[in-house]
Design a protein around this ligand. Structure first.
Ligand code: 6R9
Length: 652
C-alpha cells in the first residue's frame, strides 16, 4: 500500500464539483462553510442543534457533551429515544409505501420491502424476542447472510433495547464462539445457510459447532430459512424464525432508551490480543449515521442507494442497517458475489434498480476493473450521480477508472475515511462543495476536529507525516471496549495526556489541507478492506500442533490492498518439497477454520527460526522487507540468528 501512497505524493489532478451537481446538492459551498463556522464558534451547540433537528426524541435532552467520565464521553445523556422508531415508524405516515429495501439474491430473485413491510417484520420479530425473555440490555448475536432479514434482526433488537453484535457470516465457528462468550449473548439469530458463488455456507452448522463446545449464556437460537440446506434443530434451544414470529403482533411499542444506551457491539481487530467489542451508543451513533448520509452521500427523496458492504462490518451498520433507513431512503441489498455470473453483475444491478448513489471498497473496484474493465459500458449507468469508497486508501489508477468508466466523468467520488470506532464518516468530501484529489479523503467533516500531530501532540505542517488524531469528542464515537474499560483507555488514549483520540493511522496533510492516509501505525493488516490483527493470525497458526512459532506481516497486493505472509517455524525439522506444500495447504485451511477464509495466508514460508534481536524481539520491519522481496540492505548483524534470513527469503 505504501507504493500507492508514493504515487499519490505526486498527484496533482483536481476535480471540482460540476455546477449541475452543486445546484441540486443538499449542501452547497456556502452551506458547508456555514456548518464549519457554526461548529467552530459553538462546538457543543452545533451538535445539540443537529441532534434536536435530526432525531425524534421521546424525552428531549437538556445535556449536550458530558466530559465528567472522560475518556468515556457522553452525549445528550438525559434524553430518551429509540433508534428503530427513528428508522421506521417516523416515516410511516409520509412514506409508508415507499420501498425501503430492494433485496436481490445471487440467483436473481428480487423482493421489495416498503417501510410498512419493514415495520411489520421488525415488530413481529421484536415481539418474538421479547417472548423468549430478551429484555433491554441483553446481548443478541446476529450471524446471518447479507439479506433483508439481517437488517430486520438488527432493527428488532434496537426496538426492544437489546444490544446486537453482528458476526460476519464468513467467520468460522471458533471466531463466532469467542464473540458469543465475550458478549455474554442470550440469543443467536442465524440462518440455515448463506449462498455465495453458488455454494452454501452452513451458518447453522457453525452455530452448533460453536455452542456445542461452549454455549456461554445462550438460551435460544432463531433460524431463518434461506438456503434450504439440511440442519439439525436442538429441541429446547432452536426455533425457526417463521415459527417464532407466527401469531405475533406487528405492533411492538419501542423501548424508549437513554441516549447513551448501547445500540450494538461490533468486534474488531487491534494490534494485540483478541478482537475488541467496540461499543456504540444509541442517539450519538444515530446522529452520525444521519448527518453523514445527508452530507456526504447527499441522500434525497428519489435516490436509490446501494452500499455493497456486508452488515458484518461497520459500513454495513451505518450505511445499510441504520443511516439510509433513518433518512427514509430506498436502498439495494444484495446477497452474493460481485462476479456471478460475471464481473458485470453489480453494473447490471445498478442499471436494473436505477441506482443513483453507490458506495463500495477500493479492493472491489480493483477486482472488477481487472476482471472486466469495459463491462460497465455494457449497461445503462446514466442514473448514477455519486460514487463512494471506504476501507483503505484508493490508488489513483482505480480512482480514475471508477471516475471515468463507472461514473462517466459525471459522478463525484467521495473517499470516506473512518473506522469501526468512529461510527460514521469523519474525513470525506462534501460532493457539491469539495474539490476532489484522487487518493485523498480530502477534509474533515463539520464538527470533526481531525489533525495530524507529532509524538508530543503538536500539529504538523504541510506534507509532514504523523499521527492522525481527533481532538474533540464527537457524538458517534465509540464509548468503550465491551467489558474492558482499561483496554479502551490503553488503545485509544495512550498519548497526548489522554486528550486526543488516537486513530492508529498515520497521515499527512498537503498544502491545501487535504488529508492523505498513509497506513496503520500498529500491526493491523488491511486485507480487502477488512481489518485483521497480525496477532490473530499468528495465534491461529501456533494453535496448530505442528507449529512452534509464527510471525505474520502484510505485503502490498494489487487487488486486496494487502496480502498475508506468514513465517512459520515448525515443531521438529523444517519441511521442504512436497511435504512443505502439503503443510502449507493444511495450515491455510486451519487458519480458515479458526478465523475465516479471509484470514488465509497468501504465502507461508518455513525457516529454522525467526529473525530476532538479541533481546528476543521479532524484527517485523525486516520480515516486511522480506515479504515484499526487497533486498536486505540494513545491518542484520544485531540479529541473534542471521542464518535464517536466506531461508525466509526462500533462497536456502
Ligand atoms: C470503515 C472501516 C478502519 C481502518 C482505518 C484505516 C482504513 C478506512 C479509509 C481508510 C484510507 C480511507 N481506512 N477508510 N484508509 N482511506 N477512505 O473501514 O472501518 O474496518 O474499522 O477499518 O481502515 O486504516 O483505520 P474499519
Amino acid at each position: 500500500m505504501s507504493d500507492n501512497i508514493e504515487s499519490t505524493l505526486t498527484e496533482t489532478r483536481h476535480f471540482a464539483p460540476s455546477a449541475e451537481f452543486t445546484e441540486n446538492a443538499r449542501l452547497k459551498p456556502a452551506d458547508l462553510e456555514a456548518l464549519h463556522q457554526k461548529a467552530e464558534a459553538d462546538y457543543e451547540g452545533f451538535w445539540c442543534d443537529l441532534a434536536r433537528e435530526k432525531i425524534d426524541w421521546q424525552t428531549e435532552f437538556t445535556q449536550g457533551l458530558d466530559e465528567s467520565k472522560a475518556p468515556h464521553y457522553q452525549w445528550f445523556a438525559d434524553g430518551r429515544m429509540n433508534v428503530s422508531y427513528n428508522c421506521i415508524d417516523r416515516h410511516l405516515e409520509v412514506r409508508g409505501n415507499k420501498t425501503a429495501i430492494v433485496f436481490e439474491a445471487e440467483n436473481g430473485d428480487t423482493r421489495h420491502l416498503t417501510y410498512r413491510d419493514l415495520y411489520n417484520e421488525v415488530g413481529k420479530l421484536a415481539n418474538a424476542l421479547k417472548g423468549m425473555g430478551v429484555v433491554k440490555g441483553d446481548r443478541v448475536i446476529i450471524y446471518m447472510p447479507m439479506n433483508a432479514e439481517a437488517v430486520i434482526a438488527m432493527q428488532a433488537c434496537a426496538r426492544i433495547g437489546a444490544i446486537h453484535s453482528v458476526v460476519f457470516g464468513g467467520f468460522s465457528a471458533d471466531a463466532l464462539r469467542d464473540r458469543v462468550v465475550d458478549s455474554g449473548s442470550k440469543v443467536v439469530i442465524t440462518a440455515d445457510g448463506g449462498e455465495r458463488g453458488g455454494k452454501v455456507v452452513g451458518l447453522k452448522a457453525n452455530v452448533d459447532k460453536a455452542l456445542d463446545s461452549n454455549p456461554g449464556d445462550v438460551e435460544k437460537v432463531v433460524v431463518c430459512k434461506r438456503a434450504g440446506n439440511d440442519v439439525t434443530m436442538h429441541a429446547d434451544r432452536d426455533v425457526w424464525w417463521e415459527d417464532a414470529v407466527d401469531g405475533e403482533s406487528v405492533d411492538c411499542e419501542p423501548e424508549w432508551v437513554e441516549a447513551e444506551h448501547p445500540l450494538f457491539l461490533l468486534y474488531t481487530s487491534g494490534s494485540t490480543g483478541k478482537p475488541k467489542g467496540i461499543q456504540h451508543s444509541s442517539a450519538g451513533y444515530l446522529l452520525g449515521a444521519i448527518v453523514t448520509n445527508e452530507w456526504v452521500f447527499d441522500l434525497q427523496g428519489d435516490d436509490v442507494y446501494w452500499c455493497t458492504a456486508d452488515v458484518g462490518w461497520i459500513t454495513g451498520h451505518t450505511y445499510v442497517a441504520y443511516g439510509p433507513l433513518a433518512v427514509g431512503a430506498t436502498q439495494v441489498v444484495y446477497e452474493g458475489t460481485p462476479t456471478v455470473p460475471d464481473a458485470g453483475r453489480w453494473w447490471k444491478m445498478c442499471q436494473d434498480h436505477g441506482v443513483t448513489v453507490f458506495y463500495t471498497a477500493p479492493t472491489a473496484i480493483r477486482a472488477l476493473m481487472k476482471a472486466g474493465p469495459d463491462l460497465p459500458k455494457q449497461y445503462d449507468l446514466s442514473k448514477l450521480r455519486l460514487l463512494g469508497t471506504v476501507g483503505e486508501p484508493i490508488n489513483p489508477e482505480a480512482w480514475m477508472w471508477y471516475y471515468t468508466t463507472v461514473g462517466e466523468e459525471r459522478c463525484p467520488i467521495v473517499d470516506t475515511w473512518w473506522q469501526t470506532e468512529t461510527g460514521a464518516n469523519m474525513i470525506a468530501p462534501i460532493p457539491g462543495a469539495t474539490t476532489l484529489v484522487p487518493g485523498s479523503c480530502t477534509q474533515a467533516l463539520p464538527g470533526i476536529a481531525a489533525d495530524v500531530v507529532d509524538e508530543d501532540g503538536k500539529s504538523l505542517g504541510a506534507d509532514e507525516g504523523g499521527y492522525l488524531v481527533i481532538k474533540k469528542p464527537w457524538p458517534h464515537m465509540l464509548r468503550t471496549v465491551w467489558g474492558d474499560d482499561q483496554r479502551y483507555k490503553d488503545t485509544y488514549w495512550p498519548k497526548f495526556g489522554g486528550k486526543y483520540y488516537l486513530a492508529g493511522d498515520s497521515a499527512r496533510r498537503d498544502s491545501e489541507g487535504n488529508f492523505w492516509i498513509m497506513g496503520r501505525i500498529d500491526d493491523v493488516l488491511n486485507v480487502s478492506g477488512h481489518r485483521m490483527g497480525t496477532m490473530e493470525v499468528e495465534s491461529a497458526l501456533v494453535a496448530h500442533k505442528a507449529v512452534a512459532e509464527a510471525a505474520v506481516v502484510g505485503r502490498p497486493h494489487d487487488v486486496k490492498g494487502e496480502a498475508i505472509v506468514a513465517f512459520v517455524i515448525l515443531q521438529g525439522d523444517r519441511l521442504t518439497g512436497d511435504e512443505a506444500e502439503e503443510m502449507v495447504k493444511e495450515l491455510r485451511n486451519w487458519v480458515a477454520d479458526q478465523i475465516g477464509p479471509i484470514a488465509k495466508p497468501d504465502d507461508i514460508r518455513f525457516a529454522d527460526g525467526l529473525p530476532k534481536t538479541r533481546s528476543g524481539k521479532i524484527m517485523r520491519r525486516l520480515l516486511r522487507s522480506i515479504a515484499k522481496g526487497e533486498e536486505i540492505t540494513s545491518d542484520t548483524s544485531t540479529l541473534e540468528n542471521e542464518a535464517v534470513i536466506p531461508q525466509l527469503q526462500g533462497k536456502a
